[in-house]
Design a protein around this ligand. Sequence first.
Ligand code: FE
Length: 285
Amino acid sequence: MNKQTRQLAAVISGQDTSDGVGVRLKRIVSQQQKNAFDPFILLDEFGSDEPTDYIGGFPDHPHRGFETVTYMLAGAMLHRDHLGNEGHLRAGDVQWMTAAHGIIHSEMPEQENGLLHGFQLWINLPAKEKMKPPHYQDFAAEKIPRLALADGGYIKVIAGDYVTETQTISGPVTGVTTQPLYFDVLLSPKQQLDIPINPQHTALIYVYQGELAIGASDRILQAGQLGQFINGDNIQLATQQQSAQFLVLAALPLNEPVVQSGPFVMNSSEEIEQAFRDYRNGVLT
Ligand code: FE
């Protein structure tokens, strides 16, 4: 079967904003997209070496109805939840938190200065899994397979499979209904890369350093931009004079109604009201 290369359908530039207690971040995917990237609800990049940009962190707050994925590039975060779980996230580590029925947690920088850089992604859960018990998949950096590419580039496979002609590299994340693909890629200048994508999946690329050319076209994604790729079973990428670092995200869309309010993502406004009521009454979790 002939491969069909996906087309770049939309480009979004991340917006500088703040969340938590004054944490400055770039918000790339949000409610503004009206679930156009189903099942991806939110994507934030936080990155600063100014302590005042991050020191306030994200004190106790709830989540229900989806999964949060935190991936650190630099610095250290301390995660604590209402169950007494505590996790230290360091450069290269991934925390895959399935909040489902309910988690109340804090995400605080575990450093007083230096660079803090990373991403938080929210992935929706299907209706039938929104009220399941919460659980975690935590992976230290060394548990994440890294395939070396030519000239110093690499692909880190956090979730899903990267399939080449000779091998399949599988990320450590398991048991997620939306079959997510999450890669962190570095391409050196003048490299090419083809990424196979399930034709049914939503596919996004977020460039966080350098610039990335799309296939043979002259379209470029700059650092801070996200591209949506539609129709096909592979994405063709290339670099020109600059290197590029980017995330590749893909997953099966849920095609269900989405109602989001703050930290809750449900299927109806009644369920959102229930979540707020449960939180007030101390029975969210
Ligand atoms: Fe949170």
